[in-house]
Write a protein that binds this ligand. Structure first.
Ligand code: HEC
Length: 94
C-alpha cells in the first residue's frame, strides 16, 4: 500500500514539474530568449545554442544560476532550482 502511494506521488510530481517548465519559461526566460534581446541565444535556435551546449549542461546550469554577462543571475526566476534550469535549458535548446 505504501509503495503504491509513493509511486502515485512520484508520478504526480513529475507531471507538475513538466507543466511548470513552460510556465516558468513564459514568466521569465522568454523576455530575452524569446526575442534574442541583449544577445541572448534564441529559443529553438540550434546554431546559437550549439557552442554553448559544448560547455556541458552543468556549466550552463551554473551560468543560469549565477548569471553571465547580460544574462542576469537566475534569469529573473527566483524560485527556480537547478533542476528547473536544466529543464528550461532543454526546453530552449530543442
Ligand atoms: C534579461 C534578459 C535575460 C533573461 C530574463 C534570461 N536570460 Fe538567459 N541569457 C541572456 C543573455 C544576454 C545571454 C547571453 C550571455 C552571454 O553569453 O553573453 C543568456 C544566456 C543564457 C544561457 C547560456 C549560458 C552559457 O553558459 O552560455 C543560459 C543557459 C540561459 N541564458 C538560461 C536562461 C534561463 C533558464 C532563463 C529563465 C529562467 C533566462 N536565461 C532568462 C539574457 C537573459
Amino acid at each position: 500500500m505504501r509503495n503504491i502511494l509513493a509511486v502515485l506521488l512520484l508520478s504526480a510530481t513529475a507531471t507538475v514539474a513538466h507543466a511548470g517548465v513552460e510556465e516558468k519559461y513564459n514568466q521569465s526566460c522568454t523576455f530575452c530568449h524569446g526575442t534574442g534581446a541583449a544577445g541572448a541565444p534564441k529559443t529553438g535556435d540550434k546554431a546559437a545554442w550549439e557552442p554553448r551546449m559544448k560547455q556541458g549542461m552543468d556549466t550552463m546550469v551554473k551560468h543560469a544560476r549565477e548569471g553571465i554577462n547580460a544574462m542576469p543571475p537566475k534569469g529573473m526566476c527566483n524560485d527556480c532550482s537547478d533542476e528547473d534550469f536544466r529543464a528550461l535549458i532543454e526546453y530552449m535548446t530543442k
